[in-house]
Design a protein around this ligand. Sequence first.
Ligand SMILES: Nc1ncnc2c1ncn2[C@@H]1O[C@H](COP(=O)(O)OP(=O)(O)O)[C@@H](O)[C@H]1O
Ligand SMILES: [Mg+2]
Length: 244
Amino acid sequence: MSLLEITNLTARYASAAGDVLKGINVSVEEGEIVTLLGANGAGKSTTLRSISGLVPFTSGTITLNGQSLLGQGVEAIARLGVSHVPEGRRVFPGLTVTENIMLGASNRKGVSRAEMMREVDEKFDLVPDLIRLKDALGWTLSGGQLQMVAVARGLMAKPRVLLLDEPSLGLAPLIVQQVFKIVAEIRKRGTTVLLVEQNANVALSVADRGYVLETGRVLVSGKPKDLWNDPQVRAAYLGGHAIA
Ligand SMILES: Nc1ncnc2c1ncn2[C@@H]1O[C@H](COP(=O)(O)OP(=O)(O)O)[C@@H](O)[C@H]1O
Ligand SMILES: [Mg+2]
């Protein structure tokens, strides 16, 4: 049994006609980094929102560790072990880095202040660039720093699976490399990651497996090397270069 199993998932927005997701099958094994790739509008974010309960899915199943997420609220799903780092980071501008990170634990009961501070320190150990910024307000941070705070906050929920939506968006290539180094380290420390990206190159460099979505369907899935060498995928998403 996979840690996260999505079968025949369809989903739609109340405000729009028709299904946005048209029967998606995705599985994530414990300890993996799996990436969802695809062009803007393919349904990547909607898939993550369906998992975390932000968009109710209309049919299909989603299970975490064998337990159905159907009909569970956002908070219940978070407690079961899903943490969603949304597109756009959503760091509070008027709170400090430490305060923003601590907010990620708000769904957990009975965590002492001392324990909380120890866990925040663990996050600074994971992202050393944030230590000197721990008292800086959100609005003063760069895009890369905001992304790192958002990831650290997501980890404070102690998730079984971390959902990351386009962490590379709008960041300079060097900063993207730093963010993905952290993603690899997160997995090394034991958290499973489902990573949504438009930047296929970097995503496939850290992922164990990937899925390419196109207009609400899985076009193709496989190991990074298979995706790299799939002519259809290569032409559409990978800039045309094959690897041996
Ligand atoms: N809140 C919304 N209301 C209505 N339609 C939406 C909403 N969010 C996304 N969509 C539509 O759903 C489709 C998939 O969007 P999305 O999951 O955000 O794609 P991606 O993350 O792959 O760029 C798009 O056609 C988009 O226009
Ligand atoms: Mg998106």
